[in-house]
Ligand binder design. Structure first.
Ligand SMILES: Nc1ncnc2c1ncn2[C@@H]1O[C@H](COP(=O)(O)OP(=O)(O)O)[C@@H](O)[C@H]1O
Ligand SMILES: [Mg+2]
Length: 268
């Protein structure tokens, strides 16, 4: 892989992240069986599915935080399945992760939270860190909040700071784990706008795990739905709205209060 920080990872066919025949088991619990899919460079893919279906596990497999029981994972042309933590480290700096529940360091200021990955992975003068933090906070509309403690922030503000931290290293991919869960609809929609902004301004590849259909239809170029260890649906937002699988329609309708456009009636 190139040492040049600005070089994007080579990805055959424009697919940046690839899972090949991935199985994942925890004891007797089989989360994935023979899962194969890819995530295209520059696209936003939404991963849908009920609680406990394996959405967070999928993101952790991609980040190399979990190892699959069998199968292979690729980032660009690099197989990461068996890479050590040490070998994964430079790849991870190219991926920003917005964790479920924001996962900020509560005892640190907003400034230190966003500066954290810069201190970990870059050797920068404090001036430069200050400049980058200010810029990332501007991207998420949090200018001037550097001195606040993260425990003083509202849920929506915490998500924003989490996003600012995730983009601190200018990642080429951002993985979002339930970025709008627990937020009121208006605040959730501001997060959707930030996801779209990150996609357009930073040209990132994005994976958004959610069960918020309004968010899915707004930010997704492509939606996939997981159930019982498999991808049961994979398509554009329009294809999802018209999807013939009743499990997909039930999922959309179960979240229908926030659906951007009405899906077809189940009785059709
Ligand atoms: N580290 C782990 N050890 C054991 N079981 C786990 C672990 N991580 C996740 N699981 C199990 O895998 C399943 C999928 O979890 P998860 O990906 O967190 O679901 P979700 O789709 O809600 O994000 C759940 O049954 C969960 O209990
Ligand atoms: Mg989860």
């Amino acid at each position: 892989m190139s040492e040049d920080e600005t070089t994007r990872l080579p990805s055959p066919d424009g697919v940046l992240i690839r899972l090949e025949h991935v199985s994942m088991r925890f004891g007797k619990k089989e989360v994935f069986k023979d899962l194969t899919t890819g995530f295209r460079q520059g696209a936003t893919t939404v991963v849908l599915g009920a609680s406990g279906v394996g959405k967070s596990v999928m993101l952790k497999l991609i980040m190399g935080l979990l190892k699959p029981t069998s199968g292979r994972l690729f980032i660009g042309e690099t197989e990461i399945t068996h890479l050590s933590e040490r070998a994964l480290a430079p790849l991870r700096t190219r991926f920003g992760m917005v964790f479920q529940g924001a996962a900020l360091f509560d005892f640190l200021s907003v400034y230190e939270n966003v500066a954290f990955p810069l201190r970990e992975h870059r050797h920068l003068a404090e001036e430069e860190i200050r400049r980058i933090v200010a810029h990332k906070l501007a991207v998420v509309d949090m200018t001037g909040t550097e001195k606040l403690l993260s425990e003083e922030l509202s849920g929506g503000m915490r998500k924003r700071v989490g996003l600012a931290r995730a983009i601190a290293l200018d990642p080429e991919a951002i993985l979002y784990d339930e970025p709008t869960t627990g937020l009121d609809p208006v605040t959730a929609d501001t997060i959707n706008d930030l996801i779209l902004r990150a996609q357009h301004e930073l040209k990132t590849t994005s994976i958004v795990v959610t069960h918020d259909m309004a968010s899915a239809f707004k930010v997704g170029d492509r939606l996939i739905m997981l159930q019982e260890g498999e991808i049961i649906a994979d398509g554009t937002p329009d294809e999802f709205r018209r999807h013939p699988d009743i499990r997909v329609q039930r999922f959309i309708h179960g979240n229908a209060s926030l659906t951007a456009a009405p899906a077809k009636s189940l009785s059709e």
